[in-house]
Design a protein around this ligand. Sequence first.
Ligand code: SAM
Length: 369
Amino acid sequence: MAAQVPAIEVPTDAELLQAQADLWRHTLYYLTSMGLRCAVKLGIPTAMHNLGGVTSLPDLAAVLSIPASKQPFLGRLMRALVTSGVFAAGGTNNSGAELFRLNPLSRVLVDGVDAEEHHSQTSFVLAGTSPHYMEAALGMAEWFKKDVTGPVPSVFEDVHSASLFDESTAALDPELDALVTDGLEAHDNLGIGTIMRECHDLFKGLESLTDCCGGDGKTARAITKAHPHVKCTVLDLPKVIEKTPSDCVVNYVAGDLFHTVPKAQAVMLKLVLHHWSDDDCVKILTQCKNAIPSREEGGKVIVIDIVVEPSLGPVMFEAQTLMDMLMLVFTRGRQRSENDWRDLFMKAGFTDYKIIKKMGARGVIEVYK
Ligand SMILES: C[S@+](CC[C@H](N)C(=O)[O-])C[C@H]1O[C@@H](n2cnc3c(N)ncnc32)[C@H](O)[C@@H]1O
């Protein structure tokens, strides 16, 4: 006998209209991403900054050299980007023309400003909305249907036969590779000031620290500047360390964190583990554990990464789950909840951990052996 198909619940008229509007939103959200990409490509945030951070549409169109035939369309793009929170509405000027303002989000998309705490995030936007990223995301359904034995490749690897962050990305598309590298660096630098201000105690009394995957040493130099007593070592791959000019402040070590981590009182993994699978994280954490002394001697591993948590509210939680989807499609890693972190720490042989600070979507965790 054929299984009975359950009857479908018929929504009310109000529910149906809401469902349709919601469906428009969810189906068309990619146009928000593409509108953001378009704004970055046109240089809208930088032009607004040069205009004093607030502008009317005609002034904006003039500095961007947008032809008169396209100006009304620019207004529609700006309205959509104000609605999605990329820019802010700025009231009207004396002639009654609508004004648009930079807000904290669009300010981090201003290029060409040399200020200590300003790290333009345009490469993150351009990489994240690039054709290769879009193509990979379009391959998700096919990827789900394929069974595999052994480590599961990312959707990006499956679609492009290349892994992000290694030489194969450069072979696939050198421009994308440069954007991804720039995007990572900008991403890395964005939060350093906040960490220094909010987590002063993290480095207090520390004698030495190894920053794993510390790139060109910006984070390590910021730590040494604020805490001159901390002797900082940066570990990164030989291809990165070879290009890093040496300084007298930080010690640079070329190596692979899966094989050895330079010994120090504390080892830091800032925005590292979310790129790796659970099995790889256990290997990395085991190396870190071998590099530090006991808790009584001040030994700790400092993990700075997203801690997925619905209680942060729907907007922050959505940002966290989208960052998890980013990892699903583009890397073999994932974003983790506190329970996931605890499991990893225990599997790597640590005895205890403490989330010492929550900063936006991220947490700062101390892990002890
Ligand atoms: C996403 S991590 C950067 C994390 C950085 N600490 C931050 O705060 O954004 C990227 C860095 O990890 C380095 N890296 C990747 N695999 C590595 C490995 N096996 N050993 C050491 N460094 C590695 C890369 O060379 C790159 O500089």
